[in-house]
Ligand binder design. Structure first.
Ligand code: HEM
Length: 448
């Protein structure tokens, strides 16, 4: 560290910090902020020293000013064996911007409106399969649902048999993803028998199906009219007029699948854990939906992602020293715009752990005090899709069923991978609602 740079104080040592963060992230983060303030340093096992920044103004500076000295892809390098090295998540600098510019338009407003139909379709099928009195683990059901939304809206695959084949191959691959925590020298194929070999074999199988879809789509007669993300990417050209290669398309499809389905499923599991233990909010939501007004529904989504953000912090590595929130930080250090800590600041959100969608009625969310999707040139590409998906799924579920939550109190939050998840996945018993046929706001099939 150069003598002019300095680290803010914070909790030590790394082993204790990591344990605290993984097992009790809400309590650990809150305790650290209370003790050290809005900017503190915390070493972690594997990740090394990091600086948490829970100051909206400082975060705004990082997301809107010059970002050329901030790297985000580098930190995701361990995911490269799965995502491929053309993934927008892995790349930095010019190459990252090229991929990002190609990926953003398919997730714009008019396309997301079209995705809502796919989402409703998939949700009605999924929720329609829940039997009265059945016990479900909500997060698992949501994962099935969000997976299918990505396969249909992003990959553009609609034939049941092809969806099932893709599901089988991709979920098998995701199950072996721990393999890429194996150190390089131990990455042995062993004829497909060891964990690395199994990972490689499953990756080849999944890739074969993805490349098959890309090839089929390239020659599809209706390519020009299709609005799924893959078709839009096949028609896209970069600033130099170049189209995306098959490898780029494969890597981005895999990235969107991995970045987009478990995150959204987790957000939904939290939403139902919050909603079905709050009779007043649930009743108001149902009333507002019945009156045809979606603003409360949108506020429910916004408040869910505030009180239970799926990712606790964005991540940037400094390539040169930079002053952030008054601290002159050294090159090489990781800085975390601390999403969760900003969301839980009592001066910004009084009683921050209380679920109160009314906070967002009227004014809506502000960019640097509400940031579940990060920001700047790395802001989540699927943010609009994820919010539309959460809204549509919540609409259908609350209109069709009651969920009797198994646990007497709110789900504890733990860290899995890089996400904050409800520890038990939100187990619940399904009670199908009996509402008069044709009641306003009720989807077809609401009667048990
Ligand atoms: C509730 C659901 C989701 C949450 C909470 C979420 C959150 C995030 C966050 C925090 C980031 C990092 C932002 C930053 O570093 O500033 C991110 C990046 C990203 N997300 Fe999401 N995400 C969600 C759903 C999705 C979906 C549905 C997709 C696509 C189908 C998606 C695709 C991506 C991609 C491609 C990136 C990398 C962007 C880049 O590096 O330029 N995400 N997401």
């Amino acid at each position: 560290m150069s003598p002019s740079t300095q680290l803010p104080p914070g909790p030590r040592p790394a082993a204790l910090n990591t344990l605290g963060l993984v097992e009790r992230p809400v309590q650990a983060l809150t305790k650290w902020r209370r003790k050290y303030g809005n900017v503190f340093s915390a070493p972690m096992l594997v990740f090394g020293m990091g600086v948490y920044v829970a100051e909206p103004e400082a975060i705004k500076d990082m997301f809107t000013g010059d970002q050329s000295d901030l790297r985000a892809g580098e930190a995701n390098a361990p995911l490269a064996p799965m995502l491929g090295d053309r993934s927008v998540l892995i790349l930095d600098g010019r190459e990252h911007m090229r991929q990002r510019k190609l990926l953003l338009p398919p997730f714009g407003g008019s396309n997301v409106a079209a995705f809502r139909e796919v989402i409703r379709d998939v949700t009605e099928r999924e929720v329609g399969s829940w039997r009265d009195g059945e016990r479900i683990v909500v997060r698992n059901r949501m994962r099935t649902l969000t997976f299918e939304v990505i396969v249909r809206a992003v990959f553009g695959v609609t034939e049941r048999e092809r969806i099932d084949r893709l599901r089988g191959a991709l979920l098998a691959l995701i199950d072996t993803q721990m393999a890429f925590t194996i150190p390089e020298p131990l990455r042995l194929e062993l004829g497909g028998r060891g964990p690395w070999g199994a990972f490689q074999a499953r990756k080849r199988a999944a890739d074969q199906l993805i490349y098959e879809e890309i090839a089929r789509r390239r020659t599809a007669a209706d390519l020009a009219e299709r609005d799924d993300v893959l078709s839009l990417l096949l028609r896209a050209r970069d600033e130099a007029g170049r189209e995306m290669t098959d490898v780029e398309l494969r890597d981005e499809l895999m990235t969107m699948l991995l970045a987009g389905h478990e995150t959204t499923a987790t957000g939904l599991a939290y939403a139902f854990d919050l909603l079905f233990r709050d009779a007043a909010v649930l009743a108001r939501l149902r009333d507002e939906l019945a009156s045809g007004d979606d603003s409360y529904l949108d506020a429910v989504v916004t408040e869910t992602l505030r009180v239970r953000p799926v990712i606790d912090g964005a991540e940037r590595t400094l390539t040169k020293p930079r002053t952030i929130a008054g601290w002159h930080l050294p090159a090489g250090i990781r800085v975390y715009p601390a999403i969760a800590l900003v969301h839980w600041r009592e001066d910004l959100y009084p009683e921050p752990q209380v679920f109160r969608p009314e906070r967002f009625l009227g004014e809506g969310a502000q960019s640097y005090t509400w940031l579940p999707f990060g920001g700047g040139i790395r802001r989540c590409i699927g943010a609009a899709l994820a919010q539309a998906e959460m809204a549509e799924v919540i609409r259908t579920v609350v209109s069709t069923v009651d969920l009797e939550l198994e646990r007497p109190t709110r789900e504890p939050v733990i860290v899995r991978g890089i996400t904050l998840v409800p520890k038990h996945g939100t187990p619940a018993v399904v009670r199908r609602r009996r509402v008069p046929a044709g009641a306003a706001g009720e989807p077809a099939g609401a009667l048990a």
